[in-house]
Write a protein of this length. Sequence first.
Length: 263
Amino acid sequence: MCSSWVVVAFCCLGQFCEALFLDQIAAPQLATNSPTLTIVALEKPFCLFDSSLHPSKSYTIYLYAMKESASATGSLVTDTSSKPLNSTFQQTSGGQLGPYKAALFPVPSCASPPRLVDVGDASKVSGVLKQYLFRVGDDGTCLYDPNFLDVCNPPLTPDTTYRFKYVLIDSTEGIVKDQTLWSDLIKTRRVKLPLQINAWPGRRSGGMIVITSILSVLVSLLLAGLLTSVSSGLMRPEGPSAESKSIPQTPQQSDPRPQLSSE
């Protein structure tokens, strides 16, 4: 009989117990926007598979993803000989038909995990997050690159629920050595229509935002026209002075001369 918790589940049969861990979505303080429309950030499996590692062998972690709508009977990630499935995003219609291999990477070191306190250091935060997290759906070009030969991790579908699973691969023998349970359901965000946009702080609708933008443009055009008109008036050449226009020019009269009478 198996009992499970949020992080770890133990399945026991007789004297044998195997720890199976659930994939965890990244903590909000480390991935503030996860999940997004097309990306889900997961914590890497630090210290989860230590009991299954042998010093003389090499190992790799595979990450599988599938949509909630995929058939439960098709959720196996191994074939009849315990070899891992190499199903791709295209072959499974993006996880609709079953799990696809979204990534592979080395087993995270349990002896030297990332120091989460370094997240506060701007010079170290990028390296810490890359070491601590894996972003499912982070490659927007691999599907369309004919020369791409690596495992493809294309964007997820918006407003869609997924499950994820980590698998420990014995690279020496090419078989599955251990695996986690499928994660809890994780749903990507959905696209918001313009009328649903929350325009903080006034919570204006999308229509109000459009109207406000148009009015702002019109006011800017009116101000620009006014400034142009004023500038043109100031630069216009001056005509006759106002004083010369207001004072009429009167002809000068000759001085009267006295008439001499003849005696």
